[in-house]
Each structure stands twice: as structure tokens, then as C-alpha cells.
Ligand binder design. Structure first.
Ligand code: KIV
Ligand code: NA
Length: 260
């Protein structure tokens, strides 16, 4: 069916259709997410903790993101492909931001996402023809400031997130992720802006949801309150690998049917 574009994502909010988003980091899983019919695939910098074994997203480089964007591009045919600007690739200057975003677009992204209050960077990317997704609340690249992956915007601190959300919209963001914030605050932000809000740990009142693919598939080490495993991936895969180990050991694989 028809490819999903940035105007499609924006229009989904007006039509009251929830935007379904998931991360992917390579061609294999990008193609699976695409086949499932999700609207948007994010090459998240969560590739750092999820796949590369880093403790946080802080060490993820632009080179890492380009590598995984190229791979995911090869698998995603229909969903909108968005890539994260990693820590350090956009904060220092507007020209860094545009340069990094251009590189992600050349690697196959159709939009970029950046964390935090960087309206000048967003404006400059949009001016250059690059759609930008915002990301507010618990922004993982600032984990050292927060002292952990903690819920943000509790109580009176919520007002400043609402204010920032409005400014991201004014700067030209086409949507924004709201991560680990109280559900009521996420609803207020969603009312305060006209672009789709995409929640993760932000309740049911957002315009759409995003999850880390490996959480959805039950392939993550931990379990999180904001997530749900819709298939027990690790158990399933471990069963398969144990069977393989067994049959090689006992000599029942390969058989003549596997031989030439
Ligand atoms: O990197 C990521 O996976 C993300 C989503 C969780 C929003 O930024
Ligand atoms: Na991210």
C-alpha cells in the first residue's frame, strides 16, 4: 500500500487515527515492523543500550546512527523512517545539527528526531527540507542530569514542558515524542499543540504510541512498567537454540535431507 509521509502522520491526528510507532535498527527487523503495518519506524539511539551493550545512549555516535539507518532503510518500504540525532551531534551549534541531519537523510531517513529544547536547530533543519520530530520529558541523552530514567514533569514542573512543547511546534516540528511523564500532563500537552504527540510511558491520551521493538517482542533483559511483551521472544528463541544444541550433540541433525 501507499507509503507513509510526514503529511500523512500530521493528518492522522485530524482524522483521529492513532499513530503506531516502533523502533528498529536493521533491515531484518525493519522489514518485520513494516510488514506488521506500523506507521512509523524509528532508528532510535536506543540501539546503544538495546543492541550495542552500552549502559546509556550517551556513547552512541553519528557513525553508529548512519550505519543502522542504512541497514533499516533496506528493510522498510512503507512506514515513515525517522532517525535519531545522537548525543553530541546537534547541541553545540545549529550548523552541527543541520550537518548531522543531512547525513542521516542521505543514509535513508525521511525525518530526524532530536531531544530537548533546541528550537533554533529544529527551525534550521526544517528550512533545509528536513522534517523534525521533537522529544520531551525523560530524554535519555540527559540521563546524567536526571540521575536515572525517572518520570519527569511531576507537579509544577509540568508547566515548563507544556511551554517547550508549544515552542517546538512553532519551530516547525511535525510531531513529538513524550517520554515518561504523568498521563495527565501528556494529555494537557496534546491539547496545547496541534501536531501528533507520540507517547512512551505517557499514558493513553497521546495521538500515538512508540515502543522499543525488543520490548514489544519480549527480547529485552528487563521489563518496564511502560512496556508490554506481546510475544515471549527470548523464551521462544532460547527454545529453538536449545533444540539445535541438543540435536547437533546427539547426532540427529543434520539428516540425509539436509545433506547433498
Ligand atoms: O531511541 C529510542 O528508542 C527512542 C524512543 C523510545 C522514543 O527515542
Ligand atoms: Na532515542
Amino acid at each position: 500500500s501507499e507509503r507513509v509521509t510526514v503529511p500523512h502522520i500530521r493528518a492522522m491526528r485530524e482524522k483521529g487515527r492513532r499513530v503506531v510507532c516502533v523502533t528498529a535498527y536493521d533491515a531484518l527487523f525493519g522489514a518485520l515492523a513494516d510488514a506488521a503495518g506500523v506507521d512509523l519506524v524509528l532508528v532510535g539511539d536506543s540501539v546503544g543500550n538495546v543492541l550495542l551493550g552500552y549502559p546509556t545512549t550517551v556513547p552512541v555516535t553519528l557513525e553508529d546512527m548512519l550505519h543502522h539507518t542504512r541497514a533499516t532503510r533496506a528493510g522498510v518500504k512503507r512506514a515513515l523512517l525517522v532517525s535519531d540525532l545522537p548525543f553530541g551531534s546537534f547541541q553545540v551549534s545549529v550548523s552541527d545539527a543541520v550537518g548531522s541531519a543531512v547525513a542521516l537523510m542521505k543514509a535513508g531517513a525521511e525525518a530526524v528526531k532530536l531531544e530537548g529544547d533546541y528550537t533554533e536547530q529544529i527551525e534550521a533543519c526544517v528550512r533545509a527540507g528536513i522534517p523534525v520530530m521533537g522529544h520531551l520529558g525523560m530524554t535519555p541523552q540527559s540521563v546524567n542530569l536526571f540521575g536515572g530514567h525517572r518520570v519527569q514533569g511531576k507537579g509544577s514542573k509540568g508547566e515548563s514542558i507544556i511551554d517547550t512543547a508549544k515552542r517546538l511546534e512553532d519551530a516547525g516540528a511535525f510531531s513529538m515524542v513524550l517520554e515518561l511523564i504523568p498521563a495527565e500532563l501528556a494529555e494537557r500537552i496534546t491539547e496545547a499543540v496541534s501536531i501528533p504527540t507520540i507517547g512512551i510511558g505517557a499514558g493513553a491520551g497521546c495521538s500515538g504510541q512508540i515502543q522499543v521493538l525488543y520490548d514489544v517482542l519480549g527480547l529485552s533483559a528487563g521489563s518496564f512498567r511502560h512496556a508490554r511483551a506481546f510475544v515471549h521472544g527470548s523464551d521462544c528463541l532460547l527454545d529453538g537454540l536449545r533444540s539445535y544444541t541438543e540435536v547437533v550433540r546427539d547426532g540427529s541433525f543434520p539428516t540425509s535431507e539436509n545433506s547433498f
